[in-house]
Write a protein of this length. Structure first.
Length: 374
C-alpha cells in the first residue's frame, strides 16, 4: 500500500447545524469528520482490500475489482457519530468523557459501491450464521491514539442481509470518496453508529467474535450509571455490548439555543431541523414540535428528497414547522420524532460516561422573542 502523504493530526469537526439542515444531501464540505489518527493519502491503483478469516476463498481485491467485478449499489443513508449531541448530555445531565459534539456530527449522503454481502458470497463464508459471528473491518494505515490500527465489527447476519444495504463505498454523492471520508474505499453501515463505518478500509475478516480493537471494546458503549469515571468503568467494558444501532432522534437546527428571534403580530416563526429513525426501523414518519414545554404538539411538515428510486429507510428527514411564541426571554421549542416501527423519541436519554447515543427531545432553549418592529 502506497501513501502519497500523511496528515498526522486527527481531524474532528462539525458544521453549524443551521447550515447542515439546509440541504437533504450533505455536501462534502458540510459533513462532519471524526478521526482517531491521521488521514492517509492512498494511491488507489495500489490499494488492496483483503478478505480472510472463516472463508473458503481468501480474496485480495483491488479498487478496480471492487468497481468492475461486483454489481454497484446505491444507498442514501445517514452516518452519525455515536457521540452526536454529547454536549447536550454534558450540559443537561452530567459531565461526560469525549469530544464536545453539538448536534451536527451527522451527515446524509448518497453512497455507491458493491454490497458487502456479494463480496462475502464470493469468499464463501465458512461459519454458521450464528449470533456470535462478526465481520471485522480494519484500517492499518497508521497508529491511532489508543491502538495500533482502527477497527470495528458488525454482526455477520447483518452483513449478509441484502436489505441491510451494507456496502463498500467507492463514491459519495456521485464522486469518488473525498480523502477525509475514506478514499479510496470505506464501509458504509446504514443505521449503525459511524464508529463501525471504517474508512480507508484494507482488511475484512469473518470471525466468531467481535473486533478486538480498542474502539470496539473500550469505547462507544452505553455504560451503566454506576460507571462514573474511568476507574469505575473498568469492570463494565467486557460486560456491556458495543453500540451498534442508533436510536430515533430529532434536532432543531433553526432557531438555535440562545438565538433572538423576531415575530410578527401572529407570533409565528418557522422552526427547522432533522430527524433520524431508530436502527432498522426507518424511515421517520412523524415529527412533532411544541412551544409550551410539551403540553401540546404540532405536526411538522416532513421534507423528502425527489429521487424515489433509492430507499429512504436509512436517510434522515428534514422538517419545518410553524411555531407560535410569546414575546419575552427564556422561550423554548421542543421536537420529537417517530419512525415507521413506532419508536418515539424519549424526553431524555440515560446518562452514560462516554456520552454516546443521546436522543432526548430536540431543543432550542433560552430564546429571546422580540417583535418584528421595535
Amino acid at each position: 500500500m502506497n501513501y502519497l502523504e500523511q496528515d498526522d493530526e486527527p481531524l474532528n469537526r462539525e458544521p453549524p447545524v443551521s447550515k447542515l439542515v439546509s440541504s437533504f444531501i450533505t455536501e462534502e464540505k458540510e459533513g462532519y469528520d471524526r478521526n482517531h489518527g491521521g488521514i492517509p493519502h492512498i494511491d488507489a491503483s495500489k490499494h488492496r482490500v483483503r478478505v480472510d478469516g472463516a472463508v473458503q476463498n481468501v480474496l485480495d481485491l483491488s479498487v478496480d475489482q471492487l468497481r468492475n467485478d461486483f454489481k454497484q449499489h446505491d444507498v442514501v443513508c445517514v452516518l452519525q457519530c455515536a457521540g452526536n449531541r454529547r454536549h447536550t448530555m454534558r450540559t443537561r445531565l452530567d459531565e461526560v468523557q469525549g469530544i464536545d459534539w453539538g448536534d451536527a456530527a451527522v451527515m446524509n449522503c448518497k453512497w455507491r459501491g458493491p454490497r458487502l454481502r456479494d463480496i462475502l458470497e464470493k469468499a464463501v463464508v465458512q461459519v454458521d450464521n450464528s449470533e456470535d459471528a462478526h465481520v471485522a473491518f480494519a484500517c492499518s494505515t497508521q497508529q491511532c491514539q489508543e491502538d495500533d490500527y482502527y477497527g470495528g465489527s458488525i454482526k455477520l447476519d447483518r452483513a449478509l442481509r441484502e436489505d441491510a444495504d451494507v456496502i463498500l463505498a467507492l463514491e459519495m454523492n456521485g464522486k469518488p470518496l473525498p480523502v477525509n471520508h475514506g478514499y479510496p474505499v470505506r464501509v458504509v453501515t446504514p443505521a449503525i453508529a459511524g464508529a463501525r463505518a471504517v474508512k480507508w478500509l484494507d482488511h475484512i475478516t469473518v470471525q466468531l467474535e467481535e473486533s478486538s480493537n480498542f474502539y470496539q471494546q473500550h469505547d462507544y458503549k452505553v455504560l451503566p450509571p454506576e460507571a462514573k469515571d474511568s476507574e469505575s468503568a473498568e469492570p463494565f467494558w467486557d460486560k456491556v455490548p458495543a453500540l451498534q444501532e442508533m436510536p430515533v432522534n430529532s434536532v432543531i437546527g433553526v432557531p438555535q439555543t440562545g438565538d433572538t428571534v423576531t415575530v410578527g403580530d401572529d407570533g409565528v416563526i418557522i422552526a427547522k431541523g432533522y430527524a433520524l429513525p431508530s436502527g432498522d426501523d426507518g424511515p421517520v414518519t412523524r415529527v412533532e414540535v411544541s412551544s409550551d414545554d410539551g403540553a401540546t404538539w404540532t405536526d411538522a411538515q416532513l421534507i423528502h428528497r425527489a429521487d424515489e428510486n433509492v430507499s429512504s429507510k436509512w436517510s434522515w428527514v428534514l422538517w419545518r414547522c410553524e411555531v407560535k411564541l410569546t414575546l419575552g426571554e427564556g422561550r423554548r421549542i421542543l421536537s420529537r420524532a417517530t419512525d415507521a416501527k413506532g419508536n418515539v423519541q424519549e424526553t431524555q436519554s440515560q446518562w452514560n460516561l462516554r456520552g454516546v447515543a443521546y436522543s432526548g427531545y430536540g431543543e432550542a432553549r433560552d430564546l429571546a422573542v422580540v417583535p418584528e418592529h421595535r
